[in-house]
Write a protein that binds this ligand. Structure first.
Ligand code: SF4
Length: 359
């Protein structure tokens, strides 16, 4: 495809994605179009849906409302074995966990295309819809493979972000050397670790198959001792007791649920982040995600009742496949965490800010 054909293709990008294109030069717009847009389609407007392993970061985001821009994601596996009951990915994908067919071959083809089209560099994230260090990685090794291939094409990427609930495997799978080699002063490689709960009985309720709290803390400590930058995700955040003094579980008790995060829990989690020298802390209020292929889990059905009683007299909003608290409640949910971070002098970023500031 010639440069002129690439420029013509880039003019057909759907309005939802156009802002990510407009900020680039015509040559860069053509390169992005040739890489992301389906070449043979007769549709007048095109979405970045060309089948790719190194794919457009978020196919759902309207770039005028959520300017995540040109960035990549590799979902190293299909599905995720951690089984988090709040999983956002369950809203749009099947849940069986498996290796991707021809992963290595397709990955190398995509990286060769990035070179051939000379696509401008952008951040790359592993992974949005699966944990790259779930137990399958110990035998399949696709994450190690992907990191090695990214390293071979490092100039095509700015930041390299790895998101996991299993930092211990990230440490033990001999990836630390790769993290160091991928790290650059102006375009970091860092590991984001999700650690939303302080008590393991709560973790078992919400993330039944994910590593224990102690295991994750140990993994984070080892990564930090090896000088790997870590972002701590205390994420997602659930509302606390209806009673402002926190002396009772309130709505949680009525629903026969443990309160997910007490103020003490949050303070300890933030303190842990400070002690290990996390870069910053990421948070977002939890949504009740309707899974695509099954009914809500019992825990999340009960949680929806808790949400309804906390929102009353207002109603929950259902948007993008999930129920959300009214915005005033969401502020109440996140404010104590931000206060603890401010008191302990560690930056706190909401999930969206964290993404947009990853360049
Ligand atoms: S680790 Fe992430 S992708 Fe995996 S089940 Fe939990 S929320 Fe979903």
């Amino acid at each position: 495809m010639s440069l002129e054909e690439g420029i013509a293709l880039s003019k057909r990008v759907a309005p939802k994605y156009a802002p990510a294109w407009r900020s680039k030069s015509p040559r860069e717009q053509a390169a992005m179009a040739m890489y992301f847009l389906p070449h043979g389609s007769r549709k007048p407007t095109l979405c970045p849906t060309r089948p790719r392993v190194v794919k457009w970061y978020c196919p759902f985001a309207d770039q005028s409302r959520f300017p995540s821009g040109h960035r990549y994601c590799i979902n190293v596996y299909t599905g995720c074995s951690h089984g988090c009951v709040y999983c956002y990915a369950a809203g749009y994908q099947q849940e069986q966990v498996r290796e991707k067919r021809d992963f290595a071959k397709l990955l190398r083809m995509d990286l060769a295309d990035l070179e051939e089209f000379d696509v401008p560099p952008a951040p790359i994230h592993l992974s949005n819809s699966t944990d790259p260090f779930q137990p399958l990685e110990a035998t399949a090794g696709y994450t190690r493979l992907a990191l090695r291939e990214i390293l071979r094409h490092r100039h095509r990427f700015t930041s390299v972000v790895i998101l996991t609930k299993n930092p211990r495997l990230a440490f033990e799978s001999e990836c630390v050397d790769l993290f160091h080699q991928l790290h650059a002063p102006s375009a970091e490689c860092f590991v984001e670790v999700s650690l939303a709960f302080w008590r393991d009985e709560v973790r078992m309720m919400f993330e039944p198959n994910a590593p224990s709290i102690a295991d994750r803390m140990e993994g984070i400590r080892r990564l930090r001792q090896a000088d790997v930058p870590v972002v701590l995700r205390i994420d997602p955040l659930f509302p606390r007791s209806l009673l402002s003094d926190g002396s009772s579980n309130g709505a949680y008790q009525d629903a026969n649920l443990l309160q997910p995060q007490t103020l003490d829990d949050l303070e300890r989690l933030v303190g842990f982040g400070c002690d290990v020298g996390a870069k910053h802390i990421v948070y977002s209020p939890a949504r009740i995600v309707q899974p695509r292929s099954r009914p809500l889990s019992e825990v999340m059905r009960k949680m929806r009742k808790v949400y309804e009683s906390m929102a009353a007299p207002e109603k929950l909003t259902f948007r993008g496949g999930s129920w959300r608290l009214p915005s005033a409640n969401q502020t109440e949910v996140t404010e104590p965490l931000r206060n603890f971070c401010s008191r302990l002098n560690i930056p706190a970023k909401c999930c969206k800010q964290n993404l947009l500031e990853t360049r």
